[in-house]
Design a protein around this ligand. Structure first.
Ligand code: NAI
Length: 333
């Protein structure tokens, strides 16, 4: 199969190299079609995306991407938001699992976040009324809510999950979040075999910090999903461990939750686990279950052993040495 590979900015180049190496070692029948996109590409070219990238995505449907940087408070709109909208990847699925060997306060965390990926404040409808007043429009529709909530329940059903929790702030945003909650309750009725409940976003944050093991599948709006994803990543050891997929009915874009990490870029220090776990999801969803299982075992065993791991896991290995250790272990599995 053909997979579009976008290395992206900052540590994206280092971690996407690890995907190619691992795929080779697994002898996956994958041909990577590499395209450039991001702030670094834009510096030397007139656009943010290399010519032909969108066509390649729409033709081949499966993408693995490194992080792309977005300027804060000015400049161009996020490439991620643009890609998610153009490819209609309305679900952002983010599994968060404890990893043995990574020191954290809790063990046995196993949460999957379903973040609505197509609307909310991320539509970027913002304007200045005058020099001192800015408006941002929050858009929540029943259709988009229905499809993300259904996706979360369908996932729960297929994967023997017990509970789906709606995360909202409908006590304050009575119309927008009120609609999200109402539609959640409508859809929940279609899945009586799965437990459902709802929690206000601020209370959720406290509960996640107190005992994250009480949560199973979370479904929420775009902005809340973005924020709680990083919180949950922190609970299992940091952003280096959180993979994700942006999925629509057609295109699937796999990536790490983290950004381009400019503070460590180019130093071969990045933890490649998140993008490798995203690649593992890609293999599983593409029918390469055996390779996915082998890769996951190799990653987990290398981390558990703790001899050759990156600094954020308490080791002193480079990104490339860590990937080589994973590949060496793959040969034994
Ligand atoms: P960030 O996720 O890049 O970095 C936050 C902190 O986590 C930094 O200290 C970084 O060194 C560390 N970190 C992140 N990934 C790591 C890894 N794999 N291994 C070890 N440490 C890691 O977030 P930040 O600094 O807020 O964003 C930087 C840029 O990335 C921004 O331009 C932002 O817009 C972009 N970004 C892109 C995303 C994407 O393409 N999906 C997602 C999030 C941010």
């Amino acid at each position: 199969m053909k997979v579009v590979l976008i290395p992206g900015d900052g540590i994206g180049k280092e971690i996407s190299e690890s995907v190619k190496k691992v795929s080779n070692a697994l002898a996956c029948p994958i041909e990577f079609l590499e395209y450039q996109a991001g702030a670094e590409y834009a510096k030397e070219h007139e656009s943010l995306l290399q010519d032909g990238l969108m066509d390649a995505i729409l033709e081949n449907k499966v993408v693995i991407k490194g992080p792309t940087a977005t300027p804060i408070g000015k400049g161009f709109r996020s490439i991620n938001v643009q890609l998610r909208q153009e490819c209609n990847t309305y679900q952002n699925i983010r599994p968060i699992q404890s990893i043995e060997g990574v020191k954290t306060r809790y063990e046995n965390i196993d949460i999957v976040i379903f973040r609505e990926n197509s609307e909310d404040l991320y539509l970027g409808v913002e304007y200045m009324c005058d020099n001192d007043t800015s408006h941002g429009i929050k858009i929540i529709t029943r259709g988009a809510t229905n499809r993300i909530v259904k996706a979360a329940f369908e996932y729960a059903k297929k994967n023997n999950r017990k509970k789906v929790t709606c995360v909202h702030k409908a006590n304050i945003m009575k119309l927008t979040d009120g609609l999200f909650l109402e539609e959640f309750e409508n859809v929940a009725k279609e899945y009586p075999e799965i437990e459902s409940d709802a929690v206000i976003i601020d209370a959720l944050c406290m509960k996640l910090v107190q005992d994250p093991t009480q949560f199973d599948v979370l479904v929420t709006e775009n902005l809340y999903g973005d924020i709680i994803s990083d919180l949950c990543a922190g609970l299992v050891g940091g952003l280096g461990f959180a993979p994700s997929v942006n999925a629509g009915d057609d295109v699937r874009i796999y990536e790490a939750v983290h950004g381009s990490a400019p503070d460590i870029a180019g130093k071969d220090l990045a933890n490649p686990t998140a993008i490798l776990l995203a690649f593992e999801m890609l293999l599983r969803d593409s029918g390469m279950e055996d390779s996915a299982n082998r890769l996951k075992r190799a990653i987990l065993e290398t981390i558990k052993e703790g001899k050759v791991v990156t600094q954020d896991i308490g080791g002193n290995a480079t990104c490339s040495a860590f990937v080589d250790a994973i590949i060496e272990r793959l040969q034994t599995i």
